[in-house]
Design a protein around this ligand. Structure first.
Ligand code: G3I
Length: 318
């Protein structure tokens, strides 16, 4: 079974994965990555972020982003752009800058339109705004909110829309996969942007989960609730981590959890696709961020499929 083939047969647009430039020198890795029957979509994990793209004001460096975009084109894969405006991996000229409202507005407009315009026609969807809220539903007090208040998503979305009118424009967030203050806050932002006619096409559910703590039915409810606002939805950064060492019981639970997450997307027509946040444990972001945790991906670090793979395949073909 190949995951993208199964997803497309079930009327989804893609099953895809994150990837990152340093991994592309690993021929064992690329031998599996390059198979578009397995992965019909890729997302650059780092190389289109602000610190990579515009490290100094007005100086744009697209080399690494281009490498990922070229790979998508060579392999006939969809590309998700990630991302335009985010509090993290922001160069200090932005995060520490003292900008007036007018100055920061033009900084955002210039960054978004140059980035999105550079890849015009090559990107299926852009994460235009990434992670705007705290878990308690308040806005993150980053340079964007502190200077511009709640208006900055509109500024970024409008600039992106002008630069590539055919790309789907998303807000991407985590901890909205279950009911709670963060999901409520984002839902009301989506409602107000849609009713103001701001170009917003989608909401990305990151889906960084923990084995044994996954509610597929809760996720399905949230996907449907957001879709009812007239946006498409997608699972954009799926992985399901565990406390190491991995055991047969944890791997079996992980298979169940992957299955129920994929089933949630399959059950919601507006859920267009699924992206894992890299397919192999060898290149997962988890161990370096959460000490003692890992094994979050459907292939192990030796590129051997785990039970999770079968859980995904079963849900895609159900
Ligand atoms: O680029 C430097 C390099 O110069 C340096 O030598 C090296 C030494 O540690 O660090 C490199 O930067 C690292 C960067 O990845 C590129 O490899 C950072 O330390 C590291 O923190 C960074 O991690 C990324 C993380 O975002 C940062 O927040 C992960 O790879 C990436 O997978 C992760 O992705 C995020 C999504 O963008 C948004 N949602 C959450 C998700 C997981 O955190």
């Amino acid at each position: 079974a190949k995951l993208n083939t199964l997803a497309k047969a079930a009327s989804k647009l893609y099953f895809g994965t994150a990837t990152d430039n340093p991994e592309l020198t690993d021929t064992g890795y690329t031998a599996i990555l390059d198979d578009n029957t397995q992965f019909g979509q890729i997302t650059p994990a780092n190389s289109m972020k602000w610190d990579a793209i515009e490290p100094e004001q007005g100086v744009f460096t697209f080399t690494e982003g281009d490498q990922i975009a070229d790979l998508a084109m060579t392999n006939a894969m969809l590309l998700r752009g990630h991302n335009c405006v985010w509090y993290n991996q922001l160069p200090s000229w932005v995060s520490d800058g003292t900008f007036t409202v007018a100055q920061l507005t033009s900084v955002i407009q210039n960054h978004c339109s140059t980035l999105v315009g550079h890849y015009k026609g090559q990107v299926y969807a852009w994460d235009v705004v990434n992670e705007p809220f705290n878990d308690d539903g308040t806005w993150r007090t980053d340079v964007f909110f502190n200077t511009l208040g709640t208006s900055y998503p509109q500024i970024a979305l409008e600039a992106a829309s002008q630069a590539d009118p055919n790309a789907k424009l998303y807000i991407n967030e985590y901890n909205i996969e279950f009911a709670g203050p963060k999901a409520t806050a984002l839902l009301s932002l989506v409602e107000s942007l849609k009713s103001a006619g701001v170009p917003l096409d989608g909401v990305g559910f990151q889906c960084h989960f923990i084995v044994g703590e996954v509610s597929g039915s809760g996720l399905q409810t949230q996907l449907s609730t957001f879709a009812a606002q007239g946006v498409e939805v997608a699972l954009t950064e799926l992985d399901i981590r565990m406390t190491l060492p991995e055991t047969p019981a944890l791997l079996a639970q992980q298979k169940t959890d992957y299955n129920s997450v994929i089933t949630a997307c399959m059950s919601v027509e507006s859920c267009v696709g699924i992206t894992v946040w890299d397919w192999t444990d060898k290149y997962s972001w988890v161990p370096s961020t959460f000490s003692g945790q890992g094994a979050a991906c459907p292939w192990d670090e030796n590129f051997v499929k785990k039970p999770a793979f079968d859980g995904i395949a079963a849900a895609l073909s159900a």
